[in-house]
Design a protein around this ligand. Structure first.
Ligand code: 5AD
Ligand code: SF4
Length: 579
């Protein structure tokens, strides 16, 4: 097992960073402490003195790797300076707050699964929390600013904490911890722990160290951590769908993107552990699984030697990668095939893919398999070949458009979505116009549009100039949003008069008499909650429940939503047989 580390010369030994911060330790005078608190004080004074003598260099080396596949019943030996009792959460309450992408939602569930096993309880009430953890995003400056602002509010909460309670601990998890490292601890002394995206297994220990009043951090990136053996805990027991992480990290190094620096190198989870998780979710009655990864369709499980042959990777026609072509392993088409066979009533989606990794075998499978949704996210980023080259995306506008045509021919009725960045370094009005025209040419059903935000460490930061004024970026972004909406409205209007298979999610947010769900293309569908026939139980009249498949006749459409009336309850299989 290898671990990679990109943090200063001392980092190879300091996989955890401990900082004594007595002024902010919050250690109370025993005079006003509760019995619980006094007991904790005694334990932590003892612990602090042991910690002062510190772990040995050998200890860090021994614990620098974490076995990937470990039976969940197996408990780690505690580090020599911590007892099992000190590592225990002792029913302290954790409040988790998630920012950013779906990957962070899944990471929150992984972090919680690890803490739960360690004796922590979960709370959704901020006021009752003993530990507040923010799962953060660094993709744009604005995402980080939101966290800094949130920390100001939490600072107040911490300072007002009653001394009779155990001191409140605050942690920054995820990309921002990874990107800024000690800068966070220096700037906000009230932050107690930092854990990068590959360090969640270390949370119980980091929190144990923080209990003694020291700041603690683990921002090591890993070459192989996939949390394969950690079953994420679903937040909402009534949820109809779940996310399953299949790979982590990204090797693409698009010139604008911080992700390869915050989430590290690309690595895939073994197929067997993914299938096991999907099987469990199916047994729990979930009806939709979204396979997750930063470059999800570049999936390559190399954990089984017999599949590590010299078979070269098929990329989409006209596309190239920024790295040496990889070989062998079990690829995305294989995984998709296996996952979709588990439960024919379970919808399969995946995000976020890179357009370079759509070989014909993947497109064919999406076309053939009824429960793989005919929905593809195809992040274009720009419509100008010149800008795409500066972004190091590995394709031209022409290759991208050809791929769109090929996908539409291979998967009739496919729904397409995309990401775009407005105002990248050196983008001219003509380049911007090219993006506008790509939006018009493709007519996406869904879109995610952003103003460019320069990120330190990226290739663009080192080699290019962030030369588009903020107001120009915003004006171009507005223009892109307007055109996207016009085109999406046209594309979605094509559904009017059609019948859509909708997976019911629950009540509509806007009206208590309406239900909402999603069609195969992942568009939101709203319809009145009405009695209907159940086609699998002829004569039975039912009302739709979350997790049901219903047929909805579409009567109107906007850029983001379809509306209609419900016809009957059905199954995915029945719908595919008769439609
Ligand atoms: N500025 C603006 N948008 C960005 N994205 C990634 N990095 C940046 C950045 N520096 C967008 C891309 C990507 C999506 C997840 O976020 O469009 O596909
Ligand atoms: Fe970032 Fe590009 Fe990787 Fe997506 S593919 S995460 S945009 S580097």
């Amino acid at each position: 097992m290898q671990r990679c580390q990109s943090w200063g010369p001392l980092a190879s030994v300091s996989w955890v960073l401990l900082r004594t911060c007595r002024a902010h330790s919050g250690l109370p005078s025993t005079a006003c402490s509760s019995p619980e608190r006094q007991q904790e004080d005694g334990v932590w004074k003892d612990f602090s003195s042991r910690l002062a003598t510190g772990p040995t260099f050998q200890h860090f080396l021994r614990h620098a790797s974490v076995p990937q596949e470990k039976p969940s019943s197996e408990v780690d030996d505690p580090p020599p300076y911590l007892t099992v009792d000190e590592l225990s959460g002792r029913q302290r309450k954790v409040y988790l707050e998630t920012y950013g992408c779906q990957m962070n939602v899944n990471d929150t569930e992984i972090a919680w699964s690890i803490l739960q096993k360690s004796g922590y309880l979960r709370t959704s009430n901020l006021q009752e929390a003993d530990v507040i953890l923010l799962v953060t995003c660094s993709i744009r400056e604005k995402a980080e600013q939101t966290i800094w602002n949130r920390l100001q509010q939490l600072k107040v909460l911490k300072s007002k904490r009653l001394r009779s309670r155990v001191p409140l601990k605050i942690g920054i998890l995820g990309c921002m911890a990874e990107r800024l490292k000690e800068e966070i601890l220096n700037r906000e002394k009230m932050v107690d722990i930092l854990a990068g995206p590959d360090a969640y297994r270390d949370l119980p220990r980091l929190l144990a160290v923080a209990k003694s009043g020291q700041q603690a951090a683990n921002v090591l990136l890993s070459l192989d951590e996939t949390y394969a053996d950690v079953m994420p805990v679903q937040m909402s027991p009534s949820a109809t769908s779940a996310f399953v992480s299949i790979m982590r990290g990204c090797d693409n190094m698009c010139s604008y993107c911080i992700v390869p620096f915050t989430r590290g190198r690309e690595r895939s989870r073994p197929v067997a552990s993914i299938l096991e998780e999907v099987r469990k979710l199916s047994e729990q009655g979930l009806k939709e699984v979204t396979l997750l990864g930063q470059n999800v369709n570049s999936f390559r499980d190399t954990s089984e030697v017999q599949f590590n042959n010299a078979v070269s990777t098929n990329l989409s026609r006209g596309f190239s990668s920024n790295y040496k072509t990889k070989q062998g392993g079990l690829r995305f088409a294989h995984l998709l095939d296996q996952v979709s066979r588990i439960d024919p009533e379970m919808r399969i989606r995946f995000t976020s893919p890179h357009p370079k990794d759509f070989p014909d075998e993947v497109l064919q499978l999406i076309h053939e398999r009824d429960n793989i949704c005919k929905q593809i996210h195809l992040p274009a980023q720009s419509g100008s070949s010149r800008v795409l080259e500066a972004m190091r995306r590995g394709y031209s506008r022409e290759a991208y458009v050809e791929l769109v045509h090929h996908i539409r021919e291979s998967i009739p009725g496919v729904s397409l979505s995309s990401d775009f960045i407005a105002g990248f370094c050196g983008e001219t009005e003509e380049d911007h116009f090219q993006t506008v025209s790509l939006l018009q040419e493709v007519q996406y059903n869904m879109g995610f549009l952003f103003a460019y935000s320069m990120r330190q460490k990226t290739r663009a930061y080192h080699r290019l100039k962030d030369d588009i004024p903020e107001e120009v970026k915003l004006r171009r972004l507005e223009e892109l949003i307007t055109v996207f909406r016009e085109e999406a409205t046209k594309a979605n209007k094509a559904f009017v008069g059609c019948t859509q298979l909708v997976l019911v999610e629950g009540l509509s947010k806007r009206s208590a008499t309406d239900l909402c769900g999603r069609n195969d293309g992942n568009l939101k569908v709203i319809f009145p909650d009405a009695e209907m026939e159940d086609v699998t139980n002829s004569g039975l009249r039912v009302r739709a429940q979350p997790g049901d498949y219903v047929l909805v006749k579409i009567t109107s459409a906007s850029s983001q939503t379809l509306k209609g009336h419900v016809l009957c309850r059905t199954t995915l299989k029945d719908f595919s047989t008769y439609c």
